[in-house]
Design a protein around this ligand. Structure first.
Ligand code: DOR
Length: 442
């Protein structure tokens, strides 16, 4: 199958080109304004922008075990609609993905059910060092240095030292200090006000755990990715990356704040908690100056019934894979950042952080994971339109300008003009960890 995408404005982190892209099979065959070949399909992309598919390096898709909230089919359909062509999924499913066998089971499920490309982290426990050392077919190791949804937690310093000393896969972590969170939770134990979530999971909890993790990474010279930075003070700690440290920001910590609790209630409850608009501003600044490299969603679906249970029994997390790119395109429309920056944060940087082979660029030989954008299109996010099984968005009723209109996954049209391709299949992500990650790649 040959597809010619003609006259597109191709946007990459460092260049914007008016050109055509030829896709042959699953790969990009040529990028050249002068391609004239007989293709099976020709798409006239004049007036539209073409970017590499979004790589979301932090999602929770709930399969196996929690499929009343989401599953690999519903979540990956939502990805295709949102322009996310590759997801990397966290291990806090049921059972937890803490062995090679569990990773392989998830890979087999995704091969059957996922419309987009997929990968699965292996979760750390206090007992599974041997599994972490031998793990394969995975982007890396996820450590919950503070507990969140589920029961994964590694808080013991000796265990953390051993993981950083003895494993070779890149490590990422949820950083909220367990001792601080528990002490705060005790103080607010009679509260039913969800705004107290940001006092329980406070700035000190985030900063203490991030500082601890960065110290481990620097001493052991071990590649380490800080997940969902939520405070301005953490961004200060990221200035010295030492060739091993990278970091991620999530949409909700950029676009929402503690001021949204009255409007959203427990829909705005997540871990790490929302902080102030001043924190959000400092996270934007860290993205702009390169201390934070990646934007992801932490897509964490819970049903509206579960969210309606009074705080603190309400679960933490919100869905977002199907609106994350549109939310960022809307920020481009408002002049807060450029499309090239969005491509860097959501496509190029995650491919480099996780050593993804064939991803993150539009160039000959790369995988044909592509998203066509209409930057003029305005549409309102509506709960009833959401493809995520949980069926809601914190941006319900909000109009966004700039939307993905077509998504190709490995050369197949996985989404076009409102329709998801239900017999399309994504591919298993491939990692070349010998590349050495973000700071070692151009
Ligand atoms: O709010 C969150 N929800 N944060 C996490 O770290 C986990 C996630 C979930 O799985 O629900």
């Amino acid at each position: 199958m040959k597809t010619l995408i003609k006259n597109a404005t191709v946007v990459l982190p460092d260049e914007v080109l008016r050109t055509s892209v030829l896709v042959e099979g699953t790969k990009i065959a040529a990028v050249d304004p002068a391609i004239h070949v007989a293709a099976d399909e020709t798409v006239d992309a004049a007036g539209l922008h073409l970017i590499p598919g979004v790589i979301d390096d932090q999602v929770h898709f709930r399969e196996p075990g929690l499929t009343h909230k989401e599953d690999l089919r519903t979540a990956s359909r939502a990805c295709a609609k949102g322009g996310v062509t590759t997801f990397l999924e966290m291990p806090n499913t049921v059972p937890n993905a803490t062995t090679q066998e569990r990773i392989n089971e998830k890979l087999a499920l995704a091969a059957e059910k996922s419309v987009v490309n997929y990968g699965f982290y292996i979760g750390a426990t206090p007992q599974n060092l041997a599994d972490l050392k031998s793990a394969a077919r995975t982007p890396g190791i996820k450590i919950f240095i503070g507990s969140s949804t589920g029961d994964l937690l590694v808080d013991d310093q000796d265990v953390l030292e051993a993981i950083f000393a003895e494993t070779t896969l890149p490590i990422c972590a949820h950083c909220e200090d367990e001792t601080t969170v528990r002490a705060n939770a005790e103080r607010y134990r009679d509260s039913t006000d969800v705004a107290d979530h940001s006092r329980v999971r406070d700035v000190a909890a985030a900063v203490t755990a991030t500082r601890r993790a960065l110290d481990l990474a620097r001493r052991h010279k071990h590649r380490f990715h800080v997940l969902h930075v939520s405070t301005g003070d953490e961004t200060d700690l990221l200035a010295d990356h030492g060739g091993v440290i990278t970091a991620e920001a999530c949409l909700h910590h950029l676009l929402l704040s503690v001021d949204d609790y009255p409007r959203l209630g427990t829909l705005a409850q997540m871990n790490p908690s929302l902080k102030t608009t001043a924190d959000a501003q400092r996270i934007w600044e860290a993205l702009a100056d390169g201390r934070i490299q990646v934007i992801a969603t932490d897509h964490a679906p819970h049903t509206l019934e579960e969210k309606a249970v009074p705080y603190p029994r309400s679960p933490s997390g919100m869905p977002n894979v199907e609106n994350s790119l549109a939310l960022m395109l809307d920020q481009v429309h408002r002049g807060r950042c450029t499309l090239s920056q969005v491509v860097h944060w959501m496509c190029d940087a995650p491919a480099r952080v996780w050593d993804l082979v064939g991803k993150g660029r539009i160039a000959p030989g790369y995988d044909a994971d592509l998203v066509l954008l209409d930057l003029q299109k305005s549409a309102v996010v509506r709960n009833q339109d959401q493809l995520t099984k949980c069926g809601w968005s914190a941006w319900d009723g909000v109009e966004l300008t700039g939307w993905p209109v077509s998504t190709w996954v490995a050369g197949q049209v996985a989404y076009r003009d409102g329709v998801v391709c239900d017999n399309c299949h994504g591919q298993e992500a491939v990692y070349d960890h010998a590349r050495g990650g973000y700071w070692a790649t151009p």
